[in-house]
Design a binder for this molecule. Sequence first.
Ligand SMILES: Cc1cc2nc3c(=O)[nH]c(=O)nc-3n(C[C@H](O)[C@H](O)[C@H](O)COP(=O)(O)OP(=O)(O)OC[C@H]3O[C@@H](n4cnc5c(N)ncnc54)[C@H](O)[C@@H]3O)c2cc1C
Ligand SMILES: NC(=O)c1ccc[n+]([C@@H]2O[C@H](COP(=O)([O-])OP(=O)(O)OC[C@H]3O[C@@H](n4cnc5c(N)ncnc54)[C@H](O)[C@@H]3O)[C@@H](O)[C@H]2O)c1
Length: 480
Amino acid sequence: MREHRVDVAIIGSGTAGMSAYRAALAHTSSVLAIEGGPYGTTCARVGCMPSKLLIAAAEAAHAVAEAGRFGVCVDAPARIDGTAVMARVRSERDRFVGFVTEAVEGWAPEHRLRGWARFIAPLTLEVSGADAQAHRVHAERIVIATGSEPHIEPAWAAALGERLIRNDELFDWHDLPRAVLVLGTGVIALELAQALHRLGVRVRVLGRSQRVGPLTDPALQALARELFGAELALSLNQPTPRLRRTGEEVLLELDGRTERFDYVLAAAGRRPRLSGLGLEHSGLMLGPDGLPAYDRHTGQIGTAPVFIAGDANGERELLHEAADEGRIAGDNAGRWPDVRVRPRRAPLAVVFSDPQMAIAGHSHAELRAAGKAFLAGHVSFADQGRSRVMGVNRGALHVYAAQGSGRLLGAEMLGPRAEHLAHLLAWSVQRGDTVQEMLDSPFYHPVIEEGLRTALRLLQRDLRMGPPPVERCLDCGPGA
Ligand SMILES: Cc1cc2nc3c(=O)[nH]c(=O)nc-3n(C[C@H](O)[C@H](O)[C@H](O)COP(=O)(O)OP(=O)(O)OC[C@H]3O[C@@H](n4cnc5c(N)ncnc54)[C@H](O)[C@@H]3O)c2cc1C
Ligand SMILES: NC(=O)c1ccc[n+]([C@@H]2O[C@H](COP(=O)([O-])OP(=O)(O)OC[C@H]3O[C@@H](n4cnc5c(N)ncnc54)[C@H](O)[C@@H]3O)[C@@H](O)[C@H]2O)c1
């Protein structure tokens, strides 16, 4: 047993762990970053980056398939070379992973320990080291940055064996399969199912409820169901799918028919990766859900010198949140006991589907739950000028503002270039802009942002803070 005594131990060297390491190091050189799995982060290895690479290939295929609408004739149907698609996904992914790995491997060797950590007592960890040696780490302060793992029903695993895959396995494929069943209708399900479908894979998406994607505004939920249902084979309200394995295939019994698939992709949500961490020996305060009860402005768990960051806290499983939380937790672990409160950014989440979905600031459901007095301004992209020009005129945007002050509180969107509009909206929410201040800002022509202006004008009218917008405003430019 090798003993280590350090000021700060960080469990997990993903995005949150890496930023915690840098922040803690500004206060003390006695830092130990413990990693059980491969370096390279979930985002770069099996998350954000490879999923966007697969989506980029699907977008290229879709552009070819849609070219005829513009009079651009591609005479034969495009042939998708699955091995070339996956070769690009893997090689670009490996490039991103390489940069991250290089950064971690550049840290001082005495700051790094490979192996799985678990608490054996408060502030004491045991690490079964990759060097086959057992390590005991006594830390003055600890940061938990262990990430998340996909939810897998034991029955699926038992019935399907290695035909049940997670996102991790998908990005290691060397070719595209013929058919994939996707379990879940959330973010991962929609991004990957649509990409595979557009790359010629036969896909069915099974949802246990009516919900499709993360939007909470009932009208936008209904629109998401309609738009994704028009393109994908969506089977909703299927809480207990009848699945069985035969040879190398999986059979789904649905509506009296049997459908065959090569793989079943589990995309049924992710959970903090805390089991096996020995939290029961940590002395930490756990909430009713069994997760550490922590302060999102300090990262601190109760009053202990232990902090939590990234997907491990189960709050917002997003890259930029993991990086921020890592910085806050690492800084506070480093400066302990002078724990500082840090402001958080306005919420922002984007789904890279087509049309894209986004929530900026507070969602409709959050505003309702908080009992806020708010009004919504709406715009449909069906007739929006630039969206029609580009043939991407599907979807709608809802913006929410406080009654009385007219301040923007949040927005939900399903539509073209939502990733960009959502940034503008989140920035406005964070600054505390009023609808009038947003309307006083420049709007170019012809751009998709003109759709936002329409929604803001309608909202300003309903707030009784502005005139009714002019129908078919010609001085705004045709189709604005
Ligand atoms: C398919 C997919 C697509 C995504 N796309 C996006 C996107 O487009 N945009 C976005 O913002 N977010 C996206 N995300 C979410 C984003 O990837 C995560 O929010 C982010 O990577 C979380 O970082 P983290 O540091 O908390 O966890 P991780 O990067 O997973 O790091 C946790 C680390 O802890 C290690 N670890 C765990 N337990 C122990 C232990 N006991 N001992 C030692 N080490 C341990 C793990 O091996 C791991 O390396 C996506 C996620 C997935 C799965
Ligand atoms: N573009 C992005 O930023 C991006 C992309 C991918 C993932 N992510 C992050 O990763 C997180 C996890 O993604 P996700 O798609 O796994 O989760 P999700 O919460 O978006 O969706 C989970 C889905 O699984 C279903 N589900 C839950 N339990 C189930 C069960 N027992 N049986 C069948 N279905 C079940 C839910 O009904 C839902 O459809 C996201 O919340 C997001 O924060 C972000």
